[in-house]
Design a protein around this ligand. Structure first.
Ligand SMILES: Nc1ncnc2c1ncn2[C@@H]1O[C@H](COP(=O)(O)OP(=O)(O)OP(=O)(O)O)[C@@H](O)[C@H]1O
Ligand SMILES: [Mg+2]
Length: 521
């Protein structure tokens, strides 16, 4: 990317914040310099190392708070480090990641809450980023307005989004200067922009797969216009907690099991920690498959297990080295790859139902840069181009800035939830479920639902909603005469429900309802 050259102090600065499960990223650019985007790469504690993202780790030791690269990686340090923080904002996601569950206990012991800790982490990331920006823009910085685009997984529940907003508020990001944006949408905006302009045309469908640390999010877009670029969600997106940390968990489980089998005891914590780091840094990111380029079987990885050099030679170990076979790595990768293939396969099926042809699969995110995943998808989805755009690890933060610079490029989105309100509806006869209205002198059923936004409309699942069109319904409310002069502001609950079709009555359904309070009726 070229450097930002025009600095107009009246223009707004756009900051893209990617709060990731394992790594978080910050990108920025001036609102009026579309495409000029910088990513913060030098982080505190990084020892001159540049990384496009910073670890989503935080620890409180005594009064000292450490975050990102500042984290102390010793055994002692690892016991006080909070990991998988983001997953704790969505209860339904946290259970699948052991370190997140452990961190939850640690947070409780500290007398804190996940949202408070997320606020502390984001506050440090934002404060550091502001220092970089002050240096970058010098005196012009003071006069600049800043708008933040904070990304969240597409599968995030509305409750989790609300908690993310609260964390942002704790991080001193003003609510008026903040927009939440879906991660795959941000990634898609960036990834589609990196494609050669003449390689896409109107109506092409692109499946964007953001495979990160915790979650894999998939959204399919159809190009509605090429110049300027606009697109619409072609079908309901999908997501699952099957990111790269699941590979780490499987690695740990395998090593523990093999060690136990060979030595009939548990592997020491320190050796396990170093082996896991070796896996994360050298094996996982470079794994290509069991055969090398010439078709020969790859030699085993030599995983260091410090402190275990005195152990007798065993089936899989020698002098503090575990000889890890490439088939064992494959065994760890394949279930996750299959889950991603299923998610993509499901999107393809939905496209087929709508007779929309898929053009390409765009892979972004940390796991999205995996060569093995790339090869497997290319083999499984013959005839569809699989692409890994450049700088795909920071695609979400970059795309968040692009969203701020280009404005909304997505015309239609597909609802993942039904949204509606409970209301009264007249009935001819009284029953157990009706109530007498003294003002209108009629029987009413009081638990009827009207779904303003539905997942399925006129029988077509995943029907698009025009994001530029307000959704409104007529209704009236009967109030006592005495209230007319004093109280005509009402609060009601906006309810959400995930079933394919919103139920007719609130009480008739065993399905879970969430709600928000909306005022101003
Ligand atoms: N080439 C690779 N193959 C597999 N995994 C990788 C590779 N490169 C990085 N990773 C892993 O990807 C993860 C980081 O990816 P990313 O930053 O996209 O995730 P995140 O934003 O933290 O997670 P999420 O988006 O789910 O919240 C880490 O777990 C890292 O070990
Ligand atoms: Mg991510």
């Amino acid at each position: 990317m070229s450097k930002i050259t025009v600095v107009d102090d009246r223009a707004r600065l756009i900051v893209g914040l990617d709060f990731g499960t394992t790594w978080s990223g910050v990108a920025f650019g001036m609102e009026n310099c579309s495409g000029d985007i910088e990513v913060i790469q030098a982080w505190p504690g990084g020892n001159n190392r540049t990384t496009e993202k910073v670890p989503t780790l935080i620890s409180y030791r005594g009064t000292k708070l450490a975050w990102g690269h500042q984290i102390d990686y010793t055994d002692e340090g690892s016991k006080t480090t909070i990991q998988g923080l983001k997953l704790l904002l969505d209860e339904s996601q946290a259970y699948r990641f052991e370190p997140a569950r452990e961190s939850k206990v640690l947070i409780e012991e500290l007398g804190k809450t996940p949202v408070g800790v997320a606020g502390d982490y984001l506050e440090n990331v934002v404060a550091f980023s502001m220092e970089i920006l002050k240096r970058r823009f010098s005196t012009a910085f003071k006069a600049m307005g800043i708008h933040y685009f904070l990304t969240v997984p597409a599968a995030w529940s509305d409750k989790a989004k609300d908690l993310t907003l609260r964390a942002a508020r704790l991080a001193r990001i003003p609510a008026t200067a903040l927009t939440l944006l879906s991660e795959p949408e941000a990634a898609a905006v960036y990834a589609i922009q990196t494609m050669q302009p003449n390689s896409i045309k109107k109506n092409d469908c692109l499946i964007v797969c953001d495979a990160g640390g915790g979650t894999v999010d998939i959204i399919t877009y159809q190009i509605t216009q090429t110049e300027p670029l606009r697109f619409a969600e072609a079908t309901e997106g999908a997501g699952a907690v099957c990111g790269s940390i699941m590979l780490d968990e499987q690695f740990e489980a395998l090593l523990r099991r093999i060690y136990r089998d060979d030595f009939e005891k548990e592997i020491p914590h320190h050796a396990l920690r170093v082996a896991k780091q070796y896996w994360q840094d050298y094996i996982k990111p470079t794994y290509k498959g069991v055969l090398d380029e010439e078709g020969f079987k790859e030699t085993p990885y030599q995983v260091p297990l410090p402190g275990l050099t005195d152990l007798p030679r065993a089936k899989n170990f020698d002098h503090g080295i575990w000889f890890m076979e490439h088939e064992q790595v494959k065994g760890i990768f394949d279930p996750i790859v299959e889950e991603i293939e299923d998610l993509i396969g499901d999107q393809l099926l939905r496209l087929k139902q709508k007779t929309l042809p898929p053009k390409a699969i765009l892979l972004v995110g940390g796991l999205g840069s995996s060569e093995y995943l790339f090869r497997k998808l290319r083999a499984s989805f013959d005839g569809i181009e699989v692409m890994q755009p450049k700088s795909s690890w920071s695609a979400v933060a970059r795309g968040a800035v692009l969203r701020g610079q280009e404005g909304n490029q997505v015309d239609n989105r597909v609802a993942r939830c039904n949204y509606g309100i409970k209301h009264w509806s007249p009935r001819e006869k009284p029953s157990l479920k009706t109530q007498w209205c003294p003002y209108e002198e009629k029987w009413y059923r009081t638990d009827c639902m009207t779904w303003y936004i539905t997942k399925v409309r006129t029988g077509i699942p995943g029907m698009s909603l025009d994001t530029n069109e307000p959704i409104s319904f007529d209704f009236y409310r009967t109030v006592p005469q005495a209230d007319i002069d004093t109280n005509l502001v009402f609060r009601t609950k906006l309810r959400c429900n995930h079933s394919s079709k919103g139920p007719l009555y609130l009480n008739s359904s065993k399905l879970a309802f969430g709600f928000y309070t909306v005022s101003g009726f």
